[in-house]
Design a protein around this ligand. Sequence first.
Ligand SMILES: Nc1nc2c(ncn2[C@@H]2O[C@H](COP(=O)(O)OP(=O)(O)O)[C@@H](O)[C@H]2O)c(=O)[nH]1
Ligand SMILES: [Mg+2]
Length: 409
Amino acid sequence: MQEHLDELARLVDTAGARVLDRLTQQVESPHPGTLIGEGKVEELAALVAATGATLVIFDDELSPMQGANLERELKVRVMDRAEVILDIFSTRARSHEAKLQVELAQLEYLLPRLRRMWTHLSRIRGGIGLRGPGETQLETDRRMIRQKIQWLKGKLRDVERHRETIRAGRTPMLSVSLVGYTNAGKSSILRGLSGQHEIVVEDRLFATLDTLTREVELGEGYRARVTDTVGFIRKLPHHLVASFRATLEEARSADMLLHVVDASHPSWEEQMQVVEEVLLELGLQDRPVLPVFNKMDQLADPVDFGRRVSAIYPGAVLTTTMRTDGLATLRAALREREKELRPPTWLRLPLTDGARLAALYRLGEVMERRDSAEGFDLLVRLPPEDLARLRHDGVEVLGTSVAGAPPVG
Ligand SMILES: Nc1nc2c(ncn2[C@@H]2O[C@H](COP(=O)(O)OP(=O)(O)O)[C@@H](O)[C@H]2O)c(=O)[nH]1
Ligand SMILES: [Mg+2]
């Protein structure tokens, strides 16, 4: 509970407000009109008066009606966690795409709360001579917002198509997407893997809103395409999840998701659960997931932690971005995954096909080579797409084998 409020306080800080005080209540059955009980509303009003607060933020979701009622009672602006998150997103969106997505989420959030927002507006303007909006005005506004929502959705579909085209044109290689709770270290991992120090890492919530993709070297000639995206958090507004679909499309097309977990966080288990729920909401629950426990340098007993976690998540990878070799385990795990996707295959090239022979060394890993009068026999690991192309071009495929000798036939 306190921890949820600590997290809310960090969100509020990120949004640029200062926390003056906190109030909690164990709500047995939420009050339909105000969420918290009558007595608690009075207590809250007194606290607002005593501290001179200009804003009250609820960790739990408020219905449009509850928000309006509370504002009337407290006479200050009232927000819920979702609105704070939306606010942060709106100030942090950089790319055209992120801006479209945030605006869509904001309008979807605004629509059922329009009347209340109008009240704000008239209060801010002093309210002198300004009547509240008439029903016709509200209806006009609603219609305009709906039109804008449709327009934004259309734009985002264009963005999605554009991304698809880019994806289709890329050289095929293992692709992985970093997902995880905000602040777990996703961007740090991409920075460490790619060696690109301009990637933004911050001890803040939601430093990253834009999808960023980098091709990284895994060692032994293996490479992967790694994508960093927006982090998840408890009670991420549904509108936001829905409107970030285009960005998260990258994750859908990835061969594998890397679920980055802050192992040093006291509630890492709850955070993992939140991430899994968001993945479910996005329809990504069936993607292969590799759990990556990061910030291992912060643990008092990393060996014990590793043992416990491997029992629950076999194959889990332990990392730290604070040491130069802290991502070696992750690189190795990704290489292994890539090898699984490329079973060793024996090919036979005619002796005259020197050009293709050179291409094979470039495209894949040549594990063994036997030259004979019949041609070059090669045991290679190749991306499935390249293998398919070779077959199509008439290259003789002798078979798939892990054993040393080429299958005779
Ligand atoms: N101690 C420690 N801190 C880390 C590690 N990885 C990232 N951090 C810090 O955690 C914070 C969030 O990192 P960031 O990569 O921006 O997280 P993201 O929100 O998941 O992208 C930053 O202050 C990082 O310096 C790690 O392995 N160990
Ligand atoms: Mg980040």
